[in-house]
Ligand binder design. Structure first.
Ligand code: NAD
Ligand code: 89V
Length: 346
């Protein structure tokens, strides 16, 4: 077995705990150092996760010591941090959202491509067990060509305590959760070229939209509806489940509560319960998301080693972020927006 690839993790905050647990489950890679602007955080995470080095300045990337960097910081920091990695020639996996707007996403991607540095988005919803199994069912042809989908993510979890920046983010729901759904819609239904969107601000004191309803037009004329909300009250809470259905010309797959897929085909119906991985470090209600983290990371490492394309490469992800940008334009104008109309700003 080759020597494990040595990684630097930047961002010792809320979600990076799952990244660090995830890396301990990944074959062929290890985190040799962590970095955070806050030295106390960097030192504490290095100690807690038995990582030999900690740093406070990301320019350590220029040391030549790292085979990859895992950027687990908020979207406003991504352009500068990816640029540092590109300058150092270090491949990148960077957390979602890529960047606050499509122009910045395009600039980051073009800079990396020009330098020949590979960049992947850590976009993990498509790596959830339930959606890998759903993709397999679609690939089997059992329900035929897909024609309609609904992806619904609605709960009232207190996301703000762990991620306080979300109360101030002007572009909130679509960039925080909507892009997970848009990527899922593309993963399950194929690319889309147009979107209509209505946004809502429901909860008091939140700067951005906390609910959004999008209608996507896919390249094969299929339609998908994405609805996301942090202001929806159910008991028990549905967090972090995505519910919905995928319809095809020969059948339907429903995505039901409890990670159950209900397959309707050939006039019969069956339920498949998709199980969790049973990892020692995961815990409810986060397990469905936590399990997807090492799977996302393993794909990054395997593709880095083999040269195969990243499923969520920066280039491919421009489609997702173009749809998010178009959704905001649609919500502002009340019109259907085609992503071809999003002018590339030189
Ligand atoms: P956070 O604010 O809790 O942590 C970010 C950390 O990065 C902070 O400790 C900060 O000091 C550090 N940091 C910022 N700029 C830095 C720099 N230039 N150099 C070194 N350190 C720097 O953020 P979080 O809630 O952990 O979220 C991080 C990202 O993860 C967000 O983009 C969020 O959307 C995403 N996220 C993804 C998932 C998922 O994958 N499903 C879940 C939750 C959050
Ligand atoms: O997955 C995410 O991006 C987080 C969430 C709270 C949805 O898990 O923001």
């Amino acid at each position: 077995m080759n020597k494990p690839l040595n990684g630097l993790l930047i961002g010792c905050g809320f979600f990076s705990r799952n990244h660090l647990h995830g890396w301990s489950d990944v074959e062929g890679a290890e985190i040799g150092a962590v970095c955070d602007l806050d030295p106390a955080r960097a030192e504490a995470y290095a100690k807690e996760y038995s990582i030999p080095e900690f740093h406070v300045d990301a320019s350590i990337l220029k040391s030549g010591a790292f085979d990859f960097v895992d950027i687990c910081t908020t979207m406003d920091t991504h352009e500068d941090l990816v640029a540092l990695a590109v300058e150092a020639g270090v491949p990148v996996i960077v957390q979602k959202p890529f960047a606050p707007d499509i122009e910045t996403c395009r600039r980051i991607q073009a800079n990396a491509e020009a330098a020949g540095v590979r960049v992947m988005l850590h976009e993990n919803f498509r790596f959830q067990n339930v959606f890998r199994r759903l993709r397999d069912i679609l690939d089997s042809g059992e329900i035929g060509e897909t024609t309609f989908a609904r992806l619904s993510w609605r709960n009232d979890i207190d996301v703000y305590t762990n991620q306080p920046y979300l109360t101030k983010t002007k572009r909130f729901m679509i960039m925080d959760v909507g892009i997970h759904m848009i990527d899922l819609a593309r993963f399950l239904m194929g690319n889309a070229d147009a979107v209509t969107c209505l946004n809502q601000s429901v909860k008091e004191g939140i700067a951005g939209e906390d609910a959004a309803t999008m209608l996507l037009r896919h390249d094969n004329a299929a339609t998908s509806i994405i609805d996301v909300s942090y202001a929806s009250h159910r008991t028990p809470s549905l967090f972090p489940q995505t519910l919905g259905e995928i319809e095809g010309r020969l059948g339907t797959v429903q995505i039901l509560q409890g990670e159950v897929l209900r397959i309707h085909s050939n006039r019969t119906t069956r339920d498949e319960k998709v199980e969790d991985d049973g990892r020692s470090w995961t815990s409810e209600p986060w397990i469905q998301i936590q399990d997807s983290v090492p799977k996302t990371q393993q794909h990054f490492i395997d593709a880095l080693r083999s040269g195969q394309a990243f499923e969520t490469s920066a280039e491919d992800s421009l489609q997702t972020y173009s749809l998010a940008e178009a959704a905001y334009q649609s919500a502002d104008t009340g019109k259907l927006i085609e992503i071809s109309s999003l002018e590339e700003v030189d």
